[in-house]
Design a protein around this ligand. Structure first.
Ligand code: NAG
Ligand code: NAG
Ligand code: NAG
Length: 341
């Protein structure tokens, strides 16, 4: 049973082999019966030039070197030459076939080099852009977009078509002969410089940095921070009696007005245990003293002064005590007592 099946298989395989051999010989016979003429052979293999390795763009350091390879194929094989603009860089009588490597050394300037491949079937070109890296250019003059009493927000134009690594913001007080303080590693073209003093003039400029180094600074922009309420009280509050019922109170401007002082409020009372809002008060604009009339003779008065800007009130001065009393028609200065408020 098994051997019969085997015989069948063997027979089948043999038949198959015979058929294959027949087919193959038939194919051979057919191909051999139509030989190609040499002229037709050349016709089929004519291929216009194309770049198999097109030249690549390169970024190099100033004074650097680079080899740019350009390989073109075709049938017939194309000549390959390099050009810079209209100038031929490859001698006409020594033009390589298929492959041409342009060796550039001590490159100082960016340029576009053109690889040209040509045969009787055509001329093709490819451009390699060689960019010499340089220090970044100065960014555009910064613009102030926001101000608070302690911060200035700047935006600026990069000024560089090539990407820069980051920016440095330099700032200093306008009137002090300071060195610039620097904020390093600013990745965006907008930044809020904090930690500034209120109502103060500053100068800002921006520097772009790339992997070669720092470029030149931008133009300077001046900006003043916004006002704030004074952060200290009027100084040296003092008083004297013009008569038994009239006192003159004087003071000096606070050390940190933080803006333009719009005026002062002078509070006075005989009962210093009351909240200061319940004391008598006088508003003073444009001067540093006030005359208080209608005091009760021989009474002790308590006096406090504050300065205010358009933004708000500063702290109250320490308490001044005076006794409404005169001697022999002369004005007396009584004592002032410093009390922290
Ligand atoms: C460019 O090729 C030349 C010759 O092969 C070689 O001496 C040189 O080191 C190459 N320069 C670069 C930058 O690859
Ligand atoms: C090279 O060509 C590019 C694209 O056309 C152009 O932007 C660039 O300015 C050229 N570079 C030089 C150095 O001519
Ligand atoms: C004020 O006190 C003095 C003595 O210290 C006294 O001579 C005078 O009469 C008093 N004045 C009034 C208005 O009480």
């Amino acid at each position: 049973m098994f051997s019969t099946a085997f015989e069948h298989l063997k027979h089948g395989l043999l038949t198959l082999c015979v058929s294959l051999v027949f087919l193959l010989s038939l194919f051979r016979f057919c191909s051999a019966s139509t030989p190609l003429h040499p002229s037709e052979l050349r016709e089929v293999r004519r291929v216009p030039p194309r770049f198999s390795i097109p030249p690549t763009d390169n970024e190099i350091m100033p004074g650097g070197s680079v080899n740019i390879t350009c390989v073109a194929v075709g049938s017939p094989m194309p000549y390959v030459k390099w050009m810079l603009g209209a100038e031929d860089l490859t001698p006409e009588d020594d033009m390589p076939i298929g492959r041409n490597v342009l060796e550039l050394t001590d490159v100082r300037q960016s340029a576009n080099y053109t690889c040209v491949a040509m045969s009787t079937l055509g001329v093709i070109e490819a451009v390699a852009q060689i960019t010499v890296k340089a220090l970044p250019k100065a960014p555009g003059t910064p613009v102030v977009t926001e101000r608070t009493a302690t911060s200035i927000t700047l935006t600026w134009d990069s000024g560089n078509p090539e990407p820069v690594s980051y920016y440095i913001i330099q700032h200093k007080s306008k009137y002090l002969d300071d060195l610039y303080k620097e904020i390093d590693g600013v990745a965006t073209t907008r930044y809020s410089v904090g930690g500034l003093s209120p109502y103060s003039d500053y100068e800002f400029r921006v520097v772009a940095v790339n992997n070669i180094g720092r470029g030149p600074p931008s133009e300077i922009i001046e900006a003043k921070t916004a006002e704030q309420a004074p952060s200290t009280a009027p100084r040296q509050v003092r008083g004297h009696m013009m008569s038994a019922t009239t006192a003159v109170i004087q003071w000096d401007e606070p050390e940190e007005p933080n803006g333009q002082i719009m005026g002062y409020r002078v509070y006075y009372t005989m009962d210093s245990s009351q909240h200061v809002n319940l004391w008598e008060k006088q508003i003073v604009r444009g001067s540093n003293f006030v005359t208080i009339q209608g005091l009760i003779p021989n009474k002790t008065y308590y006096i406090k002064v504050l300065a205010y800007t358009s933004v708000g009130d500063g702290p109250l001065s320490p308490e001044l005590q005076i006794i409404a009393k005169t001697g022999g028609g002369f004005a007396f200065i009584f004592f002032s007592k410093c009390v922290s408020v």
